[in-house]
Design a protein around this ligand. Structure first.
Ligand SMILES: [Zn+2]
Length: 135
């Protein structure tokens, strides 16, 4: 049995969020790209990036983004932090499931190695999901 790709990535997949999909989104959606796509300005800081935290009154660029871990953390007043999913939940004011939905749609554009066209990414997904299911 092969699960159709549309069942995994389609609009009706809300109720079928798998741990695998969530894991992939957390790893493959580039936080740096996501943040920049939303119009924030990042400043390189060693291996990390810093920016003014949008979640508290911040003039000192307290928010640190670590691309190697794909995580963010505010070192200032609010001490918030997390993954791309937490970022979307907080910036968009949406639920976990809704954040996954939004990121799933963005995934082909925001994937870390997005030289690949969305079509190729989709193909890759299908292959991996198929492999996963046949275990
Ligand atoms: Zn903050």
């Amino acid at each position: 049995m092969v699960l159709g790709i549309d069942k995994v990535l389609g609009d009706s997949a809300m109720a079928r969020l798998s741990d695998e999909l969530i894991g992939r989104i957390k790893h493959e959606v580039s936080l740096v790209r996501l943040v920049e796509a939303k119009g924030f300005t990042l400043k390189p800081h060693g291996k990390d990036y810093v920016m003014c935290c949008p979640f508290h009154q911040d003039d000192t660029a307290s928010l640190v983004i670590t691309p190697s871990k794909n995580l963010w953390h505010c070192m200032g007043a609010c001490q918030e932090g997390g993954s791309v999913v937490d970022w979307v939940m907080k910036t968009e004011g949406v639920s976990f499931k809704h954040a996954i939905e939004l990121l799933k749609n963005d995934l082909p554009h925001l994937a870390a190695e997005s030289n690949e066209s969305p079509k190729v990414v989709k193909k890759k997904y299908k292959a991996e999901i198929t492999a996963h299911l046949s275990l």
